[in-house]
Design a protein around this ligand. Structure first.
Ligand code: ATP
Ligand code: MG
Length: 558
């Protein structure tokens, strides 16, 4: 992984461009960027890549970055999404210089459209859908001029004003930019810039019945805000000539420039908001913040630290080439971050009773447990050792294979922060399953070392049955069982991982039961977990963020 990290130390192509612009005093050496999400869904880890770039360059070049809700297409937009976006952006560690709404510029955009008409650069077109098919041409054939193209400026102005006033039916006419019907770039064949749609806008109600198209609105939004570098993903590259055309034909001084970079794609998940919405609506996941979702709120609930997401974006870097990032890269960043920051606790997910036969029935002994071996500042806590304990079923075997260093009849093992214990006998149920392990402990091994130099290879985790708190563990795994869900025309919903969520009950030490929702911790030898908001005093709930090691790639190779 180290080689990937080093690569990102040189400037990427966007930072290269910006750095040169600043050196050359372009825009007075200023850098103003924006992050322009459409509030039609929750933002996901792909957006985090754009956020890291937009806010990152602004910060690095002493500029600023706006958060702009791109709310020009009201059909699927909602305040619920606006609130979540603002919250998620801040959680990721970015503070917008200002929060704007593209829809607040509707009147200015209308004026710009009027100006284009006055300059003979836009016209009203009344072609029907069928006619439109016939006139637009295709990649081999140029399009044909709409009869509206020769309409007089006066008539266009009159019709556009009446369009705005609501005199015409939805879909009966549009405003088109007059560019080039023979352009090899279909986006330049007199694109629609305004259409009639009677839809309720979550911010402006029914004030407007005409709405600007993205390709007309976006460059204007950027220009109104004085954006210098408008960064977006590669699918907009083919729209750039139109972006430039709009600004040129309205004579904006120091127009913004658009630069495109590749989208983030991650294996074992989907990223399009349409698909994420489908997962939520059809109950394949519990909600937008389901810990299996690639949404920022889902990742937060799962316990992924914002710093791990930022680190991954840095490793992935900014290029012009579309690719897929292995989910293992994100998991590596999560482990690295949590290893440094997460406090350690003990939990037993699949409990097996252990009785220490030579320990007094009512006896309790407080042992020192290290909170984080990576961070001595956070010190130690006390954990109780008693006659009745729980260990994990996987840490005991009646007939162990060679090389098994955990507990087995006659074998000795170290209890983490505790003593050496030796298994002397087992109790079985009527089916012959081991339900309890009887052990003796060696009082001289307190803290985990034997004064006689006796070695034990295995160390296992445990909790005292006397004060352990029953807990629900939600064990999450990848949402899809294939690397690229939906590839090759397969329905992505048929590729959901049936084992992506398992719920088990076990026990935790009492200190872990007092943690607030959202706290990220490590259960020693088990994995990284975070307290779920569903947690209750009577039943703590923990989400597994990630296992301690990457077990998935091994499993796939089998
Ligand atoms: P989706 O296709 O998932 O619906 P979108 O591109 O429509 O996403 P927007 O809300 O319009 O989502 O995106 C806001 C910004 O985030 C845009 O600049 C867009 O280019 C960027 N963005 C969206 N998805 C990704 C991604 N996967 N990787 C990088 N940037 C992204
Ligand atoms: Mg979009």
């Amino acid at each position: 992984m180290a080689d990937i990290i080093e690569k990102t130390e040189s400037l990427d192509f966007i930072r290269e461009i910006i750095s040169n612009d600043v050196k050359n005093g372009k825009n007075g050496g200023q850098v103003i960027t924006r992050f322009p999400p459409e509030p039609n869904g929750y933002i996901h880890i792909g957006h985090a890549k754009a956020l890291c770039l937009d806010f990152g360059v602004a910060q690095e070049f002493n500029g600023k970055c706006n958060l702009r809700m791109d709310d020009t297409n009201p059909t699927k937009e909602d305040t619920e999404y606006v609130e979540s976006i603002v919250n998620d952006v801040r959680w990721l560690g970015f503070e917008p210089a200002a929060i704007y709404y593209a829809s607040d510029y509707f009147d200015r955009m209308y004026d710009c459209a009027v100006e284009l008409i006055k300059r003979g650069k836009a016209y009203i077109c009344t072609l029907t859908n069928e006619e439109w098919e016939e006139y637009k041409g295709n990649l081999q054939t140029p399009g044909k001029d709409s009869p509206g193209r020769s309409r007089s400026i006066e008539e266009n102005l009159d019709l556009f004003a009446r369009m705005k006033a609501g005199e015409f039916e939805d879909g009966s006419m549009v405003l088109r930019a007059k560019i080039d019907m023979a352009s090899p770039n279909i986006n330049m064949r007199d694109p629609v810039i305004y259409r009639i749609r009677r839809i309720h806008h979550f911010r402006h109600g029914d004030k407007y019945c005409i709405y600007p198209m993205y390709d007309f609105a976006h460059p204007l939004e950027d220009a109104f805000e004085g954006i210098t570098h408008s960064l977006c993903t590669l699918e907009f590259e083919i729209h750039r000539p139109l972006y430039d055309w709009v600004l040129e034909n309205l004579d904006f001084p120091n127009p913004p420039h658009q630069y495109e970079f590749s989208r983030l794609n991650l294996t074992y998940t989907v990223m399009s908001k349409r698909k994420l919405l489908q997962l939520v609506k059809e109950n394949h996941v519990d909600n937008w913040d389901d810990p299996r979702m690639p949404t920022i709120c889902g990742m937060r609930r799962r316990g992924v630290p914002a710093a791990a997401i930022r680190k991954m974006c840095k490793i992935v870097g900014v290029t012009k080439f579309d690719g897929i990032t292995d989910a293992a890269v994100l998991e590596h960043c999560i482990r690295e971050e949590l290893n440094a920051t997460a406090s350690r606790y003990m939990a037993v997910l699949d409990p097996l009773k252990v009785t220490i036969t030579n320990f007094p029935e009512e006896g309790v002994e407080a042992l020192d447990a290290v909170n984080n071996p990576e961070n001595p500042d956070v010190g130690c806590r006390k954990i109780n050792f008693s006659k009745h304990l729980y260990i994990d079923k996987a840490d005991f075997m009646l007939e162990p294979p060679k090389g098994y260093f955990r507990l087995a009849p006659g074998a000795e093992v170290r209890l983490r922060y505790g003593y050496f214990i030796r298994c002397t006998d087992v109790v079985k149920d009527e089916n012959g399953n081991v339900v309890e392990v009887l052990c003796t402990f060696d009082p001289a091994t307190r803290g985990g070392n034997s004064p006689d130099g006796r070695k034990v290879k295995g160390t296992i985790h445990w909790v005292s049955a006397d004060d352990a708190v029953e807990t629900e563990f939600r064990l999450y795994d990848r949402l899809f069982s294939v690397e690229q869900p939906g590839a090759d025309g397969v329905d992505f919903l048929t590729q959901l991982n049936p084992d992506s969520k398992k719920i088990v009950k076990g026990f935790i030490e009492p200190a872990a039961a007092k943690l607030a929702a959202g706290t990220a911790i490590q259960f020693e030898r088990v994995g990284y977990f975070a307290v779920d908001p569903d947690t209750k005093d009577s039943l703590p709930v923990f989400n597994r963020t990630v296992t301690l090691k990457d077990s998935w790639s091994k499993q796939q190779k089998k």
